[in-house]
Design a protein around this ligand. Structure first.
Ligand SMILES: [Zn+2]
Length: 417
């Protein structure tokens, strides 16, 4: 008997498996709430369509044995009990709201993969040590109420609940009234300290995984950005009668800065740099330009990389002439995810036999806020042609299924710690 047992091929993963068909069915079901003719979804936050998908989510989670809490900004926390309810909860999730004419996967996959994991736990009578919470964050998209990532921002303390309630949409409807209108202004006081870890599964929304035929992106962080304005002052002069040697051409100086931004980014891989706005004065064919304003966007995954890029930009502006001024107008620090959670994601993808690569998110996510208060990481799955915020957004059933499997495996790994 014992020799027979030892000869048995060990199961690669000794755990119950999530069901990709069931997950896909949930994606199809929820896409009906705000579904568009072209196969996309228009489900702006705190609208009737949002209420429908929220009610569906709450109903499914309750039926699976979860307790459901809603906080003051409408974030929904569905918690499946663990063996030791004194332990902090392991949280997964994302957002169910979409852009106008948005897709069926952006955010939604991360919540529904959580629901599929709940189904799997229930079906196999599996109890984790920790409680498991599936979260739907309010207004990730920011298309009806600005700023984006509002619910996770309030939860993480980036802005106050009162300030969030006072924000209005274009029709003048405040967030507070919109929450009341759909019945999702809750009163639960969910403390950030209640989380042991947060893991968010999301579509990549970019082309890199597909291009490299990689199944899983192990997201190590979210790149930071800095915005700069450059004002260059030259001397307006007649285009016909001013000799070339005597010109003080602001646009020529600006052109050197545009090229420098490109070169600085290339020298600081994986940094990116863009001059997306140019204003020329007086902008007339036969006048040597006397003034130019440039708007520059630079991004990099590390603060040190951003510092190097900014220093190089200062040099480039200095070289372009004494009458050029550089101003940093906005910045957002890079988010570096918790190495031990990132490691758990990487190990889980490997254990399941999926190809995986480290990735840095180019877009913002709720995980950026949650990372400031709890150990956090993200998992990416491919986006067809890198399309997102688009009705044609697509991630294949097997790709969604792999993401859910890696998410589940990561939770199991964290639960053992
Ligand atoms: Zn999203």
């Amino acid at each position: 008997m014992s020799t027979e047992a030892s000869r048995t091929e060990p199961k690669r993963i000794n755990t119950p498996a999530t069901n990709g068909d069931r997950l896909w069915n949930d994606l199809v079901t929820t896409a009906r709430f705000g579904g568009t003719d072209k196969g996309g979804v228009t489900r702006l936050t705190l609208t009737e369509e949002d209420r429908q998908v929220r009610d569906w989510f709450v109903g499914e989670c309750r039926a699976l044995g979860c307790s459901v809490e809603v906080d003051g900004i409408g974030n929904i926390f569905a918690t499946y009990p663990g063996e030791d309810m004194a332990l902090p909860t392991i949280a997964v999730g994302s957002h169910l709201d979409t852009q106008p004419q948005g897709g069926r996967f952006d955010g939604i996959l991360g919540v529904l993969a959580g629901v599929e994991i709940l189904r799997t736990l229930k079906e196999t009578s599996t109890r984790l040590r920790h409680p498991l919470t599936v979260v739907n964050w309010t207004n990730e998209e920011g298309s009806r109420f600005s700023p984006a990532m509002l619910g996770s921002g309030v939860f993480a303390g980036a802005l106050s609940l009162d300030a969030a309630h006072a924000l209005s949409d274009r029709e003048g409807v405040p967030v507070g009234a919109a929450l009341d209108a759909i019945g999702y202004r809750g009163s639960a006081a969910v403390e950030p300290t209640a989380l042991a870890a947060y893991v968010e599964l999301h579509i990549e929304q970019g082309p890199l995984l597909e291009a490299s035929a990689t199944e899983i992106g192990v997201v190590t962080g979210i790149q930071g950005l800095r915005w700069f304005d450059v004002v260059i002052t030259g001397t307006e002069a007649h285009a016909g009668s001013t000799p070339m040697a005597q010109r003080d051409d602001a646009l020529v100086a600006a052109a050197e800065i545009v090229l420098a931004v490109r070169d600085i980014a290339r020298e600081n891989t994986p940094g990116v740099g863009t001059v997306g706005f140019v204003e020329v004065g007086p902008n007339s064919r036969n006048v040597v330009p006397g003034s130019v304003r440039l708007q520059i966007d630079m991004r990099h995954p590390s603060e040190a990389g951003l510092d190097r890029m900014e220093t190089a930009l200062q040099d480039a502006v200095r070289k372009a002439g004494a009458r050029a001024g550089l101003m940093r107008v906005w910045s957002k620090a890079p988010v570096v995810f918790d190495p031990s959670i990132v490691h758990a994601v990487r190990a889980s993808a490997e254990a399941l036999g999926y190809s995986a690569t480290d990735a840095v998110s180019g877009a913002g996510h709720d995980a950026a806020h949650i990372a400031t208060i709890t150990p956090t990481a993200m998992i990416f799955v491919p986006s067809k042609e890198g399309l997102s915020h688009n009705e044609a957004e697509y991630t294949a059933p097997e790709e969604c299924a792999r993401g859910a499997e890696v998410l589940f495996q990561t939770i199991l790994e964290l639960d053992r710690r």
